[in-house]
Design a protein around this ligand. Structure first.
Ligand SMILES: [Zn+2]
Length: 548
């Protein structure tokens, strides 16, 4: 096998040849890639396998499963190519992964954009693939789907990139199937937001029995039973309130949100609430309901993200007996069950296009047709939708229907991130403390400072979790810095110099110790560490490789 000596030659992705990386050992009946046994498959076998999985668990559930298969192959290839060759940069190494996709015959891959920004901790690479075997599979199997289909290939490049950057990278398709080529984009998984993180998690969870049980659980969790509204109405008026929906505020931006909610509450307009994850969109929706003329009726909420397509459709619109396997009786959908109350569609941006059409119809004609039924049922409920995604961008990409957007967006309300209204942090934190640890003695001044200055990417939800945890750890005592989650106090703990003073190490050892402790401080985020150290991430990467 052709093997280069590290450090003396550097390899270019364009030089990569599958013949060089494979070791043919016909005398033993083996083909190997860096000591891994490789089999040469017939494409039609993979197509058949795909058909079987799709038929058994449905296309939507199949996606993370086949993604995972690609991911495993990609990460093994990534490791092997990292061992076999010396790449000039992480980018070159990643490009070798794109080259391998081509050489392995999955598709022809062209990568045309790469950027890695240590300041914003962002990785973005884009490109196209032509002649994808997965597009062929779908055409051959006559599976009609409007979304992307190249999940094995996305998985492969995700796995490969995750090895290169020693951090989870997720590659997704922007466009697939309908054109001559597919276009893809890769980012650190956090860069895709919750949807990406969820998909990655789903791909690692490949126990199908478990998946089935989880679906059932999600179904239960996504349905919020009607909330009695009379005495437990959420309150924004600053008076202490027992209701879990109560959230204090004092910032100008939140005051504006509350005013808008009050203005629109007594109309019947559709409302679209936007804002990041955990900002409290459902609290606002619930508040509007409590002030509305429908407040005596039900408030039904559904998280549109949690459910697979078929389940979401029957949850929203209901079904008739015999509509599908397992439908042993008629079921009212939430749109009907909400009566003349409010239906809250959480994360509307995650609703697939096929359901968007039905929602639009329901809003326009005020009627729904339950799955498998011949007749239509009138609906009276007001619709409040929410999203943490940019629906206007999604419209441009063809992922969200413009007509539905304008129907929902009659009255938009934007709930700002917690970091844009720092004035609200302490009142909310105190509220959570009184809820989770009623006996607590409050926050130490240092804790109050840290709480107010942390960025809270998970917003109110994250703050609530942090305070609940701190309350448990502190018992009946004052909340101190050590009771806060490590992410909040990362800036408080650098004592690398203190450590090295004890051992008087050599300059080389000192460098190693310092680099490793900075890395620990950055929770393993290499770009952040490289920035603190004042060196390129590639230099850091090489040094770390040397320490292994
Ligand atoms: Zn594709």
């Amino acid at each position: 096998m052709l093997k280069l000596i590290k450090g003396e030659f550097e390899m270019k992705p364009s030089d990569l040849s599958i013949i060089d990386v494979l070791d043919f050992k016909p005398e033993r009946g083996l083909v190997e890639l860096e000591n891994r046994r490789v089999l040469i498959f017939d494409g039609s076998i993979l197509m058949e396998l795909r058909r079987m999985i799709v038929e058994n668990i449905g296309w939507e559930e199949c996606q993370p499963v086949i993604f995972h298969y690609g991911y495993e192959v990609g990460s093994l290839d990534g490791k092997s190519l990292g061992e076999m060759y010396q790449w000039d940069t992480q980018e070159e190494w990643l490009r070798a992964g794109a080259a391998m996709l081509t050489q392995r015959g999955y598709c022809k891959t062209v990568m045309n954009h790469f950027s890695l920004n240590p300041d914003t901790d962002q990785l973005v690479f884009r490109g196209r693939w032509f002649n994808s075997y997965e597009v062929d599979s779908h055409k051959h199997l006559k599976l009609t789907d409007t979304g992307p289909v190249c999940f094995v290939i996305c998985g492969y490049l995700s796995g490969f990139a995750s090895v290169c950057f020693e951090r989870e990278v997720l590659v997704q398709e922007q466009d697939c199937f309908h054109r001559q080529h597919c276009s893809f984009e890769g980012r650190f998984v956090e860069g895709w937001g919750e949807q990406g993180i969820r998909f990655m998690e789903a791909s690692k969870d490949h126990d199908l029995q478990h998946k089935y049980l989880q679906l059932n659980k999600k179904l239960l969790a996504s349905r919020v039973k009607s909330v009695p509204q009379k005495d437990e109405a959420p309150s924004f008026d600053g008076t202490p309130h027992k209701s879990p929906e109560w959230l204090p505020y004092r910032s100008k931006s939140m005051t504006r949100v509350v005013e808008m909610a009050q203005q629109v509450a007594r109309t019947s307009a559709n409302i679209l609430i936007t804002g990041g994850t955990g900002v409290g969109k459902e609290v606002v929706a619930n508040y509007i309901h409590s002030l509305s003329l429908m407040s005596k009726s039900k408030f039904m909420a559904i998280n549109c993200t949690a459910l697979p397509l078929a389940l979401l459709e029957s949850e929203l619109f209901g079904h008739c007996k015999g509509a599908f396997t397992g439908a042993d009786r008629d079921k009212k959908g939430l749109m009907i069950e909400a009566g003349s109350g409010t239906i809250f569609l959480d994360e509307i941006g995650d609703v697939p296009l096929s359901i968007q059409v039905k929602l639009l119809r329901a809003l326009q004609e005020r009627k729904v047709r339950p799955v498998g039924c011949n007749s239509e049922v009138a609906i009276k409920a007001r619709v409040i939708a929410s999203t943490n995604r940019n629906l206007e961008d999604m419209m441009k990409e063809g992922k969200f229907r413009a007509d539905l957007y304008y129907r929902l967006n009659v009255f938009p309300i934007h709930v700002p991130q917690l970091q844009e209204r720092r004035d609200d942090i302490l009142p909310i934190a105190r509220y959570f403390l009184s809820k989770y640890a009623p006996g607590s003695k409050g926050f130490s001044p240092r804790v109050a400072y840290v709480l107010e200055n942390y960025d809270w990417p998970g917003n109110v939800r994250e703050l609530g979790n942090a305070i609940e945890r701190a309350g448990i750890l502190a018992g009946n005592k004052k909340i101190r810095i050590e009771h806060l989650p490590p992410a909040l106090t990362a800036g408080e703990e650098v004592s690398a110099l203190q450590q090295v003073k004890e051992g008087w190490p050599s300059l080389g050892e000192l460098e190693k110790k310092y680099i490793l402790s900075v890395l620990e401080y950055c929770e393993g985020k290499k770009m952040k560490a490289a920035k603190i150290l004042g060196i390129g991430s590639n230099t850091l990467w090489r040094k770390l490789k040397k320490y292994q």
